[in-house]
Design a protein around this ligand. Structure first.
Ligand SMILES: O=P(O)(O)OC[C@H]1O[C@H](OP(=O)(O)OP(=O)(O)O)[C@H](O)[C@@H]1O
Ligand SMILES: O=c1cc[nH]c(=O)[nH]1
Ligand SMILES: [Mg+2]
Length: 209
């Protein structure tokens, strides 16, 4: 699929299988999500620009590559996005963070926004939006609409599972935003859940159901 990268690394796929299993505990689910997020972060940042800095090794001075970490924003779609955010910050501690509070209305599946906070200069930065689930696409599309209203031009979207219906909707609405996912699942059911999926990511992370 155009604009979609499936991260097929065996460690990612193994951990995802554990997360899908209904008997995985809340603590186990959270731990796996944090671990998998570092692996996904590795892939989504693979082509980031480096600048050269003068450093001194014990032997000599040299020009060495460093990441422009302060130019990055991780935007977490609450609540479940926070599970991906933590592991990503482990790898890029200097990244800035935006929180976008969006939940799905269970009847209409429309996205309802309840919170938005972002760095002042977000428009000048690369923003990696994170949410484990791309189902209908309504939540991620709404979050990216909001970022574009703030002038952000350079956006990537990272998730764990995506439904074909959501990818189509998302790509038609935001064709300029590449999607990174660990799996493209079969379909959405009548309630808008991803099948086979892993259930409700927020509830599984926080034990709210
Ligand atoms: O693509 P969509 O059809 O919009 O579905 C995906 C959204 O649903 C879940 O959030 P939820 O609404 O359950 O909120 P929560 O994270 O607070 O539980 C998930 O974390 C996504 O944000
Ligand atoms: O399967 C789904 C769909 C939307 N949100 C989730 O958490 N899970
Ligand atoms: Mg939820």
């Amino acid at each position: 699929m155009d604009g979609v990268t499936v991260i097929s690394h065996p460690l990612v796929q193994h951990k995802l299988t554990k997360m899908r299993q209904k008997d995985t505990s809340t603590a186990g689910f959270r731990r796996l999500l944090r671990e998998i997020s570092t692996l996904l972060c590795y892939e989504v940042t693979r082509d980031l620009e480096l600048t050269m800095e003068t450093i001194e090794t014990p032997l000599t001075e040299m020009q060495a590559p460093v990441l422009e970490g302060k130019k990055l924003v991780f935007a977490s779609i609450l609540r479940a996005g926070n599970g991906l955010l933590e592991g990503m910050l482990d790898l890029v501690p200097s990244a800035r963070v935006s929180h976008i509070g969006v939940y799905r209305d269970h009847e209409t599946l429309e996205a309802i926004e309840y919170f938005f906070k972002a760095p002042e200069d977000i428009a000048e930065r690369l923003v990696i939006v994170v949410d484990p689930m791309l189902a209908t696409g309504n939540s991620s599309i709404a979050a990216i609409d909001r970022l574009k209203e703030r002038g952000v031009k350079n956006i990537r979207f990272l998730c764990l599972l995506a439904a074909p219906e959501g990818i189509k909707h998302f790509s038609e609405t935001h064709p300029d935003v590449p999607i990174f996912t660990a799996s493209i699942d079969s379909h959405l059911n009548e309630q808008g859940y991803i099948v086979p999926g892993l259930g409700d990511a927020g509830d599984r992370m926080y034990g709210t159901k």
